[in-house]
Design a protein around this ligand. Structure first.
Ligand SMILES: Cc1ncc(COP(=O)(O)O)c(C=O)c1O
Length: 377
């Protein structure tokens, strides 16, 4: 092909998604496969969302409400912000893309830490925006001082990505770390550097010192908050997420958003999920119990892991099994369990394990136990 594509497209490394169940069944000839690879809710979708979506199917000939009126109204009430401050996206991933498109021209920069959720550098690069990465601290947390230095040093930095907790590390920034950082960034270049606080896992958080993002949003003028229906509400396949941002900014983001980016079924399902308090409560509980059980199992197996505030654990396979994350991933696939290797995050010796149902966790633990025994034999 004689076409020349932009260098940043040529060199783009695409997002690596979790391996699908069916593909694993086909390739490995195993019947029973469980997937603990994509931080999905193991309880399935919110039942209230399913019921509402079934009802919405009969109107599928109609285009969705481009303004997302009902969902945005409900979200505005929930977050105690105005309707104009809520932006809907095809997953919160789309809101990341929209913010980059709104703030940046090719040649601008985003600042993020090594180990940051991969959608950030990919979405940026697609739009000709490179990411300036800073090193993680020794305990795999973001180094805010290093990030601040890069923001100050490079006048074309427009955005800063802060998933809190981060995926895949699960580590987080405390209120006493984030507040001075945000205050300092707000003072740089007239407050023109924007910080994305991504709280995809907020509902799972138990740490008291992990700050409420809406409180930070109220306090700092240059902050937007992202949340999603893909995790606690069990609607990863529906693709609905949202951002909370200043109306002056949201006005521009609305301009760059395609009118029907969230489907009519998505709008209805997400709104119903918000009312499903029992499901959210159960999901939190299942994760809490499962997390405890998995941590205990890894402690017993002498497999180190990073402390996590999400619905997943990042384990050190090199120290735990003497193998790379990819090797453990492969061994587990043969036993019908899909986890997530994270070499693409520059962490070849780690594997991300999503917390499942009680039954799934048991299978996962048994799989790791077998692997440990095989290694010893
Ligand atoms: C930190 C973080 N942000 C955002 C998302 C994406 O969510 P969505 O499905 O809403 O696009 C994920 C999904 O894994 C995530 O880990």
């Amino acid at each position: 092909m004689a076409i020349e594509f932009p260098t940043y497209i040529e060199q783009l490394k695409p997002y690596i998604a979790g391996k699908p169940i069916e593909e694993t069944q086909r390739e490995y000839g195993v019947k029973r496969v469980i997937k603990l690879a994509s931080n999905e809710n193991p309880l399935g979708p919110s039942p209230k969302a399913i019921a509402a979506m079934k009802g919405a199917m009969k109107d599928l000939q109609l285009y969705p409400d481009a303004s997302g009126y009902h969902l945005r109204t409900t979200l505005a009430k929930l977050e105690k912000v105005s309707f104009d401050e809520v932006i809907l996206g095809n997953g919160s991933n789309e809101v990341i893309e929209l913010l980059i498109r709104t703030f940046c021209v090719p040649g601008d920069f985003m600042v993020a830490s090594d180990g940051v959720f991969a959608a950030y550098p990919i979405s940026a690069r697609i739009q000709g925006v490179d990411t300036i990465f800073t090193r993680m601290t020794q305990d795999y947390r973001f180094d805010l001082q290093a990030m601040l230095e890069q923001i100050k040093k490079n006048p074309r930095v427009k955005l800063v990505a802060i998933p809190n907790p981060n995926n895949p590390t699960g580590t987080y920034l405390t209120e006493s770390e984030l507040v001075p950082f945000l205050a300092a960034v707000e003072k740089i270049r007239n407050g023109s550097v924007h910080v994305i606080l991504d709280y995809a896992y907020w509902e799972y958080v138990t740490a008291k010192d992990l700050p409420d993002p809406i409180v930070l949003y109220r306090r700092f003028s240059n902050v937007s908050v992202l949340k999603t229906f893909s995790k606690i509400y069990g609607l990863g396949g529906l693709r609905v997420g949202y951002g909370v941002m200043r109306p002056e900014l949201a006005k521009y983001v609305q301009k760059v958003r395609m009118p029907f980016n969230v489907s009519s079924v998505g709008l209805v399902g997400a709104k119903a999920a918000l009312s499903d308090k029992a499901f959210v409560k159960k999901s939190i509980q299942v994760n809490k119990v499962g997390m405890k059980k998995m941590r205990k199992a890894f402690d017993e197996l002498k497999v180190p892991y990073l402390p996590s505030q999400g619905n997943f654990l990042l384990i050190n396979t090199r120290q735990g099994f003497g193998l790379s994350g990819a090797e453990v991933f492969e061994e587990c696939l043969k036993m019908g369990v899909i986890f997530r290797p994270v070499a693409n995050y520059g962490m070849p010796d780690f594997l991300r394990v999503t917390i499942g149902t009680e039954a799934q966790n048991k299978i996962a633990i048994r799989t790791f136990l077998k692997l440990k025994k095989n290694k010893k034999a």
